[in-house]
Design a protein. Structure first.
Lengths: 153, 150
């Protein structure tokens, strides 16, 4: 278990990489973002994007998939659940096309105590997906709750 | 069906409501297995012991459902060319198996591009279940084409 008190701003973790396939892009978008440039290759070719691109919600869902896998590998036994009140400043900076590989990372940028909830604190993170050459494709500010040690007394 | 909307068809304060979306346990489990395989999204027993107090959908699925309702009912009937992000997303209450979700889209601001024949439409999405508001999402402006006559 990682306690809020032990989390240090500046800590960075590489979460791994993911290659987007055409079939997965279309399957996700049919369910969650059925715009022509996400689900229909000929229509996508005629669109401003010039070809099929992944839903931005798909790009960020893969961040979650890799973050959960990373969290589960942390030392100290059972991983604390990642429960979040929301996020801010999610930016899709470059279209994600079939065959693209993105490298995901997370970095702790700050912590906030919660006056109304002494049993947990908030951790703020900056999260990114980049291409191998470093081009930033997606970023957002994450917020996640972490349990606090009971101080007793 | 009415013809597709142009930029000029939007104005600040306009509201649209779409839905409902049947959030089944199967849909919650399928999304969680693929993208958010944590016990509180996969297992009733484990979920009851977390601060969510029972099985609930991944917040990313909640956001994606709002996207789906907006795409299906509004953006696919607009001369729209995509969005670039989300300024703010707040997950206010858990979305549970059996919830029927509806999306209220409010147009927050509209502004024409200074040179090109497009405009920017900024939206707030409020997603509700049968009881209460589940999520509040403020998008970055989507780009919509201006009508040829404008």
């Amino acid at each position: 278990m990682t306690w809020w008190e032990d989390i240090v701003a500046g800590t960075r973790a590489e979460l791994g990489s993911y290659t987007f396939t055409k079939d997965e892009i279309i399957a996700f978008a049919r369910e969650y973002d059925p715009q022509p440039f996400h689900i229909d290759p000929p229509a996508a070719a005629r669109s401003v994007f010039g070809g099929l691109i992944a839903s931005g919600w798909h790009t960020v869902a893969i961040w979650m998939k890799l973050a959960v896998a990373h969290n589960a590998k942390q030392p100290g036994g059972e991983a604390a659940p990642m429960i979040s009140p929301g996020f801010e400043n999610l930016r899709w900076l470059k279209p994600v096309r079939p065959g693209m590989t993105l490298h995901y990372a997370t970095e702790v940028t700050g912590k906030r105590a919660l006056a109304s909830r002494p049993e947990r604190g908030l951790v703020l993170t900056n999260n990114e997906a980049r291409e191998a050459d470093g081009t930033l494709v997606m970023s957002f500010t994450g917020k996640v709750f972490a349990p606090r040690r009971q101080t007793g007394g | 069906m009415s013809p597709p909307r142009y930029f000029e068809d939007f104005h600040a304060g306009q509201k649209f409501t779409f839905g409902g979306y049947d959030l089944t346990k199967e849909k919650i489990l399928a999304f969680a297995r693929a993208f958010d395989p944590q016990p509180h999204h996969l297992d009733e027993e484990a979920a009851s012991q977390t601060l969510l107090g029972g099985l609930s959908a991944s917040g990313w699925q909640v956001g994606a459902i709002a996207m789906r309702l907006c795409a299906e009912h509004l953006l696919n009937h607009t001369h729209a060319a995509g969005g670039t992000g989300v300024d703010e997303c707040r997950w206010l209450k858990p979305a549970r198996p059996g919830d029927i979700l509806r999306l209220e889209v409010e147009i927050v601001a509209v502004s024409p591009h200074p040179r090109r024949p497009v405009g920017f439409v900024k939206m707030a999405w409020n997603l509700f279940n049968q009881r209460e508001k589940v999520a509040h999402i403020v998008t970055t402006p989507i780009i919509a084409r201006r009508s040829a006559g404008a």
